[in-house]
Design a binder for this molecule. Structure first.
Ligand code: UD1
Ligand code: MG
Length: 408
């Protein structure tokens, strides 16, 4: 029966893709009239592009899910006769239903908060607070439904701590932090056409592949089915958005989409019980975050926009830069910058007055530091290719290597 529900989910996803890709162009003017637009900074004439299309995409996703919710309940449970009596079970699958509703509540909450961020341009500390609040429904249902807070330890740690360790409240803190990370990590690996959506498409397709591999091996079937039910419509709406957001962008996704995408991944990772594997699929985002730490926590000056600088003469992107005097940095800042400089991970130009110009610490700028000025489309393709390679790498770690550390 699960094959049938997955097929229905796929059918709903396909319909959602068709409807959404027809809807997006019709809403462009409406967004511009409502002053929801941004300048495409990497183009010659910096055209006005409608922004925050994530809100439309998020709504399309929610509607698709609302149509889908009754399906697994009706098909799977009603069709499964009781083994002993042969009678159909009278009990309603409360737990699965509660999980699905809580997942959608968290995602819906994140769409709302993301849209508030787009409209009100919130400060950094709020960006950390919003996803924490939005995960609360999820953590509540996790607490009520299963409250499993034990982690299986790798083989080498078992002589010391045993087979598993109950980390209690820290498991909840970890889950909350996962949501904060996923939402913001996508938002800060952004600024060139198609990158936010492109990376989400690659990650969701990878998650789907992983779920199907696990289903085929009959591992934790309920968890992976739950993930597939959310990922199929997510991939559908993201592909529709990609059509209009890829170079040259006709619409921008806004923080709404970044938060929506991040939260959807966090939800499937947490309730699907594969948060470690999910983090493996976020390797480029983790690298970008680590590289960004000196600027995110203001050890090094961080301008409002860190996206690359456009050169209208050549139509290529150059690194965007930040400027400081080494004396202005505190000890931690100096150590971080020293390490990055020694490892040749940043560009470094000293001026006569002792001030230094370096690139902004993002993966996009790093590509430009290594390869020199490149066209916007090529940078996006390069980063998406890297995301794909990381997925393959993640699968190698997940399958052959994990068996060295765990008994999978
Ligand atoms: C994050 C980044 C910021 C980056 C911005 C770009 C951090 C701490 N913040 O900020 O450095 O500049 O995303 O999205 O890393 N835009 C384009 N082309 C695109 C996409 C966006 O020019 O393909 C510009 C548009 O002017 C658009 C604006 O970026 O209006 C959106 O920026 P916003 O999402 O508000 O920036 P943040 O998420 O706060
Ligand atoms: Mg943003």
């Amino acid at each position: 029966m699960s094959g049938l529900t997955i097929a229905i989910s796929g059918f709903i996803a396909m319909c959602t893709y068709l409807v959404t890709s027809r809807m997006i162009p019709r809403f462009k003017d409406m967004f511009i009239n409502a002053n929801l637009y941004g300048k495409d900074l990497c183009k010659r004439d910096q055209p006005q592009v409608p922004e925050s299309f994530g809100v439309l995409i998020g709504c399309a996703f929610l509607v698709a899910m609302f149509f889908f919710i009754p399906i697994p309940v009706t098909f799977e449970k009603a069709a499964m006769p009781d083994v002993q009596t042969g009678a159909k079970p009278a009990t309603f699958p409360h737990e699965e239903f509660a999980e699905m509703i809580a997942a959608l509540l968290s995602i819906c909450c994140m769409i709302l908060l993301g849209f508030a961020d787009d409209v009100l341009d919130l400060r950094w500390r709020h960006k950390l607070l919003l996803p924490t609040i939005a995960t609360l429904p999820l953590l509540m249902v996790y607490y009520v439904n299963c409250n499993i807070t034990t982690v299986i330890l790798p083989k080498f740690a078992r002589p010391l701590f045993g087979y598993s360790l109950d980390i209690g409240i820290f498991y909840y803190i970890y889950m909350g932090m996962l949501a904060v990370f996923c939402t913001n990590a996508i938002n800060i690996l952004a600024g060139i056409n198609g990158l936010e959506v492109g990376q989400s498409v690659v990650i969701s397709a990878s998650v789907l592949c992983y779920n199907f591999i696990e289903l085929a091996q009959r591992h934790q079937m309920d968890c992976h089915k739950f993930s597939i039910y959310l990922m199929l419509p997510f991939l559908a709406v993201s592909l529709a958005l990609w059509k209009y957001n890829k170079y040259p962008s006709q619409v921008f996704v806004g923080d709404t989409y970044c938060y929506f995408a991040g939260m959807t991944f966090a939800v499937v990772g947490i309730l699907g019980h594969f948060s470690k594997t999910l983090l493996l699929l976020f390797i480029p985002q983790i690298l970008n975050f680590l590289y960004s730490v000196p600027q995110l926590f203001h050890f090094v000056p961080c301008p409002r926009h860190r996206l690359p600088k456009y050169d209208p003469k050549t139509d290529l992107l150059h690194i965007s830069t930040t400027e400081f005097h080494p004396r202005e940095l505190n000890i931690l800042g100096s150590v971080m910058v020293y390490i990055l400089k020694k490892l040749k991970l940043i560009s470094w130009k000293e001026q006569s007055d002792g001030r230094v110009i370096t690139n902004n610490f993002t993966l996009i700028n790093f590509v430009l530091v290594v390869f020199g000025p490149v066209h916007e489309k090529v940078v996006t393709q390069f980063l998406l290719g890297f995301q794909l390679i990381c997925t393959i790498f993640a699968m190698i770690i997940r399958y052959p290597l994990a068996s060295c550390f765990y008994d999978t």
